[in-house]
Ligand binder design. Structure first.
Ligand SMILES: Nc1ncnc2c1ncn2[C@@H]1O[C@H](COP(=O)(O)OP(=O)(O)OP(=O)(O)O)[C@@H](O)[C@H]1O
Length: 272
């Protein structure tokens, strides 16, 4: 996308009418049901946090939406006129594997993913400007010439986010890294994602292990454990006594001891 296109896109507010629907959605691998009977409905302009225990099927759900894994049931994307169409889906994976010692810059990574132009021939000024504009959208323009191996976890995540936004997706899937990013880095990332949903015409599904931050940033929480166990606005879900029972006594004790409202939980993974 050109830099002009990005600026136009930034000015295109969410219409709130497009939606992504999963109906009776499931994934079975080798005869084993990994996830099943999932019904979710997400409008553009919404940030939906997908939470749940380790092994609940969160990453599997994202991969199935991406079409990397076969699924059963329906995945529908409806535009503002309620017409079905194929959505553009952006994806930021939980991790990427690369040789940290390789002399590959952020600009090289963009070039490899966006064009067939051989990296060793160099780049046009226009291409460089367009990549810089993409990075500006995620507060990462200063990383353009940085080597991938030098980036912090949070910086790499922002670069991957810039790539996932190019071309503009209808649906953005973010699989949060379980480790490697400190609390401040995660807060910055969520602020950025939160701004994107207000400024872009897209739906966001974010896998998160941080309930506390999700209670602040998400519009909707989907608690997945093979299927949707709890779903709703953060205040409703985190105040649901059945959720507390579901998560076990360790979590409940922690809440009682600290006299915390559920919306300021510690990290799920640390407690259960
Ligand atoms: N290709 C596969 N074949 C068999 N089992 C699989 C396959 N992929 C995932 N699984 C299993 O499905 C379950 C869900 O895995 P998944 O990675 O989706 O969970 P998750 O909720 O993302 O976990 P985490 O929070 O730890 O990242 C796990 O038990 C996993 O071992």
């Amino acid at each position: 996308m050109t830099s002009t296109g990005i600026i136009e896109q930034l000015n295109r507010k969410s219409c709130g009418l497009c939606c992504t629907k999963l109906k009776n959605f499931g994934v079975t691998v080798g005869g084993k049901k990994i996830i099943h009977d999932i019904d979710i409905h997400i409008h553009c302009g919404e940030l939906t946090a997908l939470i749940g225990p380790n092994g609940a099927g969160k990453t599997t759900l994202l991969k199935a939406i991406l079409g990397e894994i076969r699924y059963t049931g329906e995945l529908l994307f409806l535009d503002a006129d309620n017409c079905r169409r194929n959505p553009v889906v952006g994806y930021v994976p939980q991790k990427i594997d690369f040789d940290a010692s390789a002399p590959i810059s952020v600009l090289d990574l963009f070039a490899a993913s966006m064009s067939a132009w051989p990296v060793f021939l160099g780049y046009s000024r226009r291409f460089r400007e367009d990549v810089a504009a993409s990075l500006t959208g995620v507060n990462a323009e200063h990383l353009l010439d940085r080597r991938l191996g030098e980036l912090s976890g949070g910086e790499l995540q922002r670069v991957l986010l810039a790539m996932a936004l190019n071309p503009n997706p209808d649906l953005l899937l973010l699989d949060e890294p379980i480790s490697g990013i400190d609390v401040r880095g995660r807060e910055l990332f969520y602020e950025l994602v939160s701004n994107l949903r207000q400024n872009y015409d897209l739906s966001i599904i974010l896998v998160s292990h941080d309930w506390s931050l999700m209670s602040q940033y998400a519009d909707r929480i989907v608690f997945l454990d093979r299927t949707v166990q709890f779903c709703g606005k953060p205040d409703e879900v985190f105040a649901n006594e059945n959720l507390l029972r579901y998560c076990g006594p360790v979590l409940i004790n922690s809440i009682n001891q600290n006299r915390l409202k559920p919306k300021i939980f510690s990290r799920y993974g640390d407690l259960v």
